[in-house]
Design a protein around this ligand. Structure first.
Ligand SMILES: NC(=O)c1ccc[n+]([C@@H]2O[C@H](COP(=O)([O-])OP(=O)(O)OC[C@H]3O[C@@H](n4cnc5c(N)ncnc54)[C@H](OP(=O)(O)O)[C@@H]3O)[C@@H](O)[C@H]2O)c1
Length: 434
């Protein structure tokens, strides 16, 4: 590869702009041996973070991947298909290494791209794709490669959702208001579906699960629920019981299978993830023999994300790149997906007509299913025409609770479908990291 890495950058937006600035800085990254030589974006005349007039310009990112005299193609366009995918494939086909921040592309096409890369001897690196500036891929893929068995990876992987939930709690404003503000301030996309629907966190946890468990990424198997149905009422009531609601992404081994999901969940105020506020990300890895590792930091933004891209470029320069999912494609083992959590503690909120005997009727259904109540609250402060009853359960089988909730939902006194959320149990892997 020589002394200098010749780089083409496709996409000069938030991350691409941050990278241009980093490579153009007063203290050149890698002693100046990282050298942007070609760029592509939609609009040639848009003002960029650094002077690109001396770089070769391509209107077409795929043509740049095919034709530019480069060692590495940096894909910062985004999207699981379209030009990002076509350009990455074109680069890999000619043996050009790829660095990308694109979790959607790798979570959905990672196995095919890794296979293609192997056939031509190219590398794919994507540190910036998960948790932005937090070097969690390197930690999992390289740092834990020496004989560790990863049992679980979990955390807060979408800064937009974390910001929305934090703002709802602190300002007491409903989801739609807080989202509209976040869009105005540029913290949320005009079309927020990928973030608030949990899909972005789903892409990221699919990638972490692949590396952690030595499997191909399997986005289709991720059980995903977003934050769009989290109400202010639930946030307030959870708070009164000592919990905060977070969007938790989690991949864990369950016997010989793995369970990978994204769900709003309750964390106790003294739980380590409860204090990860605003747009921060957090990742917790549980492995043997290393034990628990935890990371908190900025999961997005030009600087943190570009720094992760630069770290990948330096690994290429040093010849230190490993296979994208930690092992050669032939050694990746597809893990059977486990069912939804069979057992745990849960938060149940039921909106009822305010009539005598309601609580007894609910308690009866739970008792019949063998579900014990841990704490209970009927909050008159939330009273409208109907009144919310909230309770947390003791550890119980999910199936039994689901059956009880179906019966509760059918009671005449119940005004709306009950809301059930898991409680992140400190016993299940995320005890305080002190
Ligand atoms: N933003 C973050 O903090 C962050 C963090 C982690 C990962 N990522 C990932 O990084 C990637 C880029 O995100 P971003 O936030 O930087 O996006 P962005 O600000 O929207 O920038 C996208 C860039 O791609 C260019 N582009 C669009 N279509 C193109 C095409 N057909 N050919 C060439 N260039 C094209 C755009 O050109 P114009 O500028 O001319 O319109 C723009 O420069 C995504 O995969 C994202 O998920 C972002």
């Amino acid at each position: 590869m020589g002394d200098t890495l010749r780089i083409a950058i496709a996409g000069l937006g938030t991350v691409g702009g941050g990278l241009l600035k980093l490579l153009d800085g007063a203290t050149p990254v890698g002693g100046g041996r990282l050298k942007a030589v070609a760029v592509s974006a939609r609009d040639r005349h848009r003002r960029r973070e650094a002077d690109i007039s001396q770089l070769q310009w391509f209107d077409d990112a795929v043509a740049m991947a095919r034709e530019a005299e480069i060692d590495v193609f940096v894909e910062l366009i985004g999207g699981s298909d379209g030009p990002a995918k076509a350009a990455v494939e074109a680069a890999l086909k000619r043996g050009v290494h790829v660095v990308t921040a694109n979790k959607a592309l790798l979570a959905e096409h990672g196995l095919a791209l890794a296979t293609l890369a192997e056939t031509t001897g190219a590398h794919i690196l994507y540190e910036a794709a998960v948790a932005g500036g937090i070097p969690v891929i390197k930690a999992l893929r390289d740092g834990l490669a020496g004989g560790n068995r990863v049992n679980a990876v979990s955390g807060i992987l979408n800064g937009t959702c974390n910001y929305l939930l934090t703002e709802m709690e602190s300002s007491g404003r409903p989801f739609a208001d807080v989202l509209a503000d976040a869009q105005r301030l540029g913290y949320a996309e005009a079309d927020p579906t990928t973030d608030v629907g949990g899909f972005d966190a789903g892409h990221k946890i699919a990638l972490l699960a692949a590396i952690a468990f030595g499997a191909p990424p399997d986005f289709a198997a991720v059980d995903i629920e977003g934050v769009d149905n989290v109400t202010l009422m639930d946030i307030r009531l959870a708070g009164k019981l000592g919990y905060r609601i977070k969007l938790i992404a989690k991949a864990e081994r369950v016997d010989e299978s793995v369970r990978v999901g994204v769900h709003p969940a309750l964390v106790a105020f003294d739980h380590p993830l409860a204090s990860v506020g605003s747009s921060l990300n957090a990742v917790v890895i549980d492995a043997d023999p290393v034990g628990r590792l935890s990371f908190v930091g900025r999961g997005a933004g030009a600087g943190p994300t570009a720094s992760a891209v630069a770290a990948d470029l330096l690994d290429l320069l040093a010849g230190a790149a490993r296979p994208p999912f930690g092992r050669p494609v032939a050694d990746l083992v597809r893990q059977p997906p486990a069912a939804r959590a069979e057992e745990g503690r849960f938060f149940l909120r039921i909106l009822v007509h305010d009539k005598p005997g309601v609580i007894a009727a609910i308690a009866e259904q739970l008792a019949k299913a063998g579900v014990s109540i841990e704490s209970f609250l009927q909050d008159p402060a939330e009273a409208g025409a109907d009144v919310p009853i909230v309770l947390t359960t003791q550890r119980c089988p999910r199936g039994a609770l689901d059956a009880a909730v179906r019966h509760i939902a059918a009671l005449d006194v119940v005004a709306a479908p009950p809301r059930l959320m898991p409680i992140e149990d400190t016993r299940s892997g995320l005890r305080a990291w002190s």
